[in-house]
Design a protein around this ligand. Sequence first.
Ligand SMILES: NC(=O)c1ccc[n+]([C@@H]2O[C@H](COP(=O)([O-])OP(=O)(O)OC[C@H]3O[C@@H](n4cnc5c(N)ncnc54)[C@H](OP(=O)(O)O)[C@@H]3O)[C@@H](O)[C@H]2O)c1
Length: 284
Amino acid sequence: MKDILNAIQSPDSVSADFAALPLPESGRAVVLRREDTEMFSGLASRDKDPRKSLHLEQVPVPELGPGEALVAVMASSVNYNTVWSAIFEPLPTFAFLERYGKLSELTKRHDLPYHVIGSDLAGVVLRTGPGVNAWNPGDEVVAHCLSVELESSDGHNDTMLDPEQRIWGFETNFGGLAEIALVKSNQLMPKPKHLSWEEAAAPGLVNSTAYRQLVSRNGAGMKQGDNVLIWGASGGLGSYATQFALAGGANPVCVVSSPEKAEICRAMGAEAVIDRNAEGYRFW
Ligand SMILES: NC(=O)c1ccc[n+]([C@@H]2O[C@H](COP(=O)([O-])OP(=O)(O)OC[C@H]3O[C@@H](n4cnc5c(N)ncnc54)[C@H](OP(=O)(O)O)[C@@H]3O)[C@@H](O)[C@H]2O)c1
């Protein structure tokens, strides 16, 4: 793993250097364990502590299949789905892995007694599987979290409607909170050169979700002059929604819970900001 890190950090490394690096048999990863799924039974959600269910462990590097890439992860992120996974709500994610594992010989790899979670990454491609032409060892990438099989025409106009659509690192194994992650190569995008690894790893899931929900033709199709009510406007999805609304000529109406969060929204350029605590707003 040290050799991989050295290669990534050396300005002289070229693709062939990465291709020649031996792959380690195992790497560290943040995992949930199947045997822990009942550990919080009877507790209220707020008392379920992800620190008790998340483990940093050495796990085997997964076998690489067609259309896939192994990526050395330089940064990942914690999302809400990371929290849901770690408290086994609304369902233990092992149920997703089991179902995915039934699809094919290849997906069977995902159905394991441990789940490597994490749905964002920035890193460097180490290996690509058969059929991958667009990406090579040494490419600096970010991965988005949409894993699709795209074997059915249902998803061709909107990949979210693929019957085998999953969130990588939540409904699939081998997610981003690991030294080496496995992705489908069509999840990869070039890492923006002006961003640090951490900056590049942070926006993927929340940015694309807010875009899809609010701007996309397959979502709300926001247009100029629309009034957009944004709950949690200083959070992950909310801050992207606020920026999309402003950039698209719409009027964001931002709901937050404190003067500090209201200030974050104003700093992004929002004018209509409601502090739901100060003004006694209640959800619904
Ligand atoms: N379906 C998908 O594809 C998808 C993808 C990503 C995220 N999500 C979901 O979207 C939600 C937001 O995710 P995120 O990453 O943006 O989380 P986040 O950064 O934690 O933001 C959530 C925001 O919710 C607000 N909030 C908390 N309690 C609230 C309440 N009782 N009433 C109104 N607002 C409340 C908080 O803002 P204030 O304290 O300022 O109100 C907080 O900033 C999560 O439920 C997540 O699971 C879904």
